[in-house]
Design a protein around this ligand. Structure first.
Ligand code: 7TS
Length: 413
């Protein structure tokens, strides 16, 4: 089913407000997205009717809570075409999912002489965990470079072939860059990793809620994403892991829910996914994630991604006409994911974002948790506009009008 995107705004209560006397134009979706009424209602309904702990009680509420939590797991598996719901571990978000792989798989498998390969365009959440575990195990961390002064060429695919030596044990890369709007050829990267015997870890934080993600087709070993970036609540995220791998991995946190048997001297573990979910899980927000997935699939992910990408390309072309602008990632006119990241020669990014806020336009300014990449490109900070399903061409016009006004105010036009 496809939707008329201009009608979706009403599904999101938070968008029904004015900022600075203007209707809110929310363009900070790569940081977090808003939640539709159906998600807010699903979470409220859980607390109003079913609130209880899971997997531990035989009373009606506990059984309902457990059913809701496990139904969310099964729905999430279907959403990314995982073969088995046991391959879905609930976490707090992408960062925690990547840390889980690093601390569990990494600690058990990496040793001096091994290499972890990552890319220069990774968010800190898919970079710092690899620094921590390579420092701890004595393994080496290497990076696939990006191409071009504005990283307009994306990932250097020839360098991937050069860097994927037999010493590489794990290759971690993002699906869609949160800074460049570049989409990486993940299926190809997974195949290349597999060819040298390395496992693959995909950061799908910017893609899972925006386009079809099929873990079996991609051929990845692990894939991480966050609920809050795809219309679901904060505090719930997902780690997909191939069952054969998850079942060989040691726990990374101990506590209730993850054990088979505990003695004073030692314990044994449940299989995945429980092995990796110590303590009371985030039941309410898993149920919220289920509702968000239903919402996104009712809109239709292929149409949703195409809509955002169209808005980003429209913004990119219009912004490229402005004086002193530098746009990162694909050149205007080229395909890009639903965001555009730019800087002005004459006005600081933080001034731009502060002034845009007075026009009701919510943008993000800063290094976007890509400090090493920004340093390489020689930019201390940039301005990012990122789109979601409720944005419209009118939002792009508001963005461009606000940018023109700011440049004029600073005498830069
Ligand atoms: N990976 C990517 C590609 C991201 O964009 C983000 C968050 C993360 C990982 C971390 O996700 P979390 O939910 O665990 O925090 N990105 C951003 C951003 O671009 N601006 O704010 C957060």
């Amino acid at each position: 089913m496809t939707h008329d995107f201009s009608n979706l705004r009403v599904d999101f209560p938070v968008l029904d407000q004015h900022v600075g006397g203007h209707p809110l134009v929310y363009l900070d979706n790569a940081a977090t997205t808003h939640k539709p009424r159906s998600v807010i209602d699903a979470v409220a309904r859980f607390y109003e009717r079913d609130n209880s702990n899971v997997h531990r009680g035989l009373h009606a509420l506990s059984m309902r809570a457990t059913d809701g939590y496990e139904a969310a797991r099964a729905r999430t598996a279907k959403f990314i075409n995982a073969a088995d719901p046991a391959e879905i571990v609930f976490t707090r978000g992408t960062s925690e999912s990547v840390n889980l792989v690093a601390q569990s798989w990494g600690a058990a498998n990496l040793k001096p002489g091994d290499v972890v390969l990552c890319t220069e365009m990774e968010h800190h959440s898919n970079l710092v965990p690899w620094q921590l575990i390579t420092a701890r195990t004595g393994a080496t961390l290497r990076y696939v470079p990006v191409v071009g002064d504005d990283a307009e060429g994306g990932l250097d695919l020839e360098a991937v072939d050069r860097l994927l030596t037999p010493e590489v044990k794990l290759f971690a890369f993002t699906h869609i860059s949160n800074t460049l709007g570049v989409t990486n050829p993940v299926k190809e990267l997974c195949a290349k990793a597999r060819a040298v015997g390395a496992i693959s870890v995909i950061d799908a934080a910017q893609s899972a809620g925006h386009e079809m993600v099929d873990v079996q087709d991609m051929g990845c070993d692990f894939l991480a994403f966050s609920g809050h970036k795809m219309a679901a609540p904060t505090g719930i995220g997902v780690l997909y892991g191939r069952r054969e791998l998850l079942d060989t991995m040691p726990p990374w946190q101990g506590g209730g829910g993850m054990i088979a048997n505990v003695e004073y001297a030692a314990s044994t573990w449940k299989p995945a996914p429980e092995r990796f979910e110590a303590g009371t899980p985030n039941v309410a927000d898993a149920i919220g994630l289920h509702a968000a997935i239903d919402y996104l699939d009712s809109v239709g992910r292929p149409a949703l991604g195409a809509h955002e990408s169209e808005l980003a390309q429209m913004a990119c072309s219009a912004l490229s006409e402005l004086p002193g602008i530098r746009i990162l990632g694909p050149r205007p006119g080229s395909a890009r994911a639903g965001m555009v990241n730019f800087a002005f020669r004459d006005v600081h990014a933080h001034d731009v974002v502060t002034f845009a806020d007075q026009d009701g336009v919510a943008l993000r300014g800063g290094h976007h948790c890509n400090q090493p990449l920004m340093r390489k490109l020689g930019l201390p900070s940039t301005i990012r506009a990122s789109f979601y399903l409720y944005n419209t061409p009118a939002d792009v016009h508001a963005l461009v009008a606000s940018m023109r006004k700011i440049l004029k105010f600073f005498g830069a036009e």
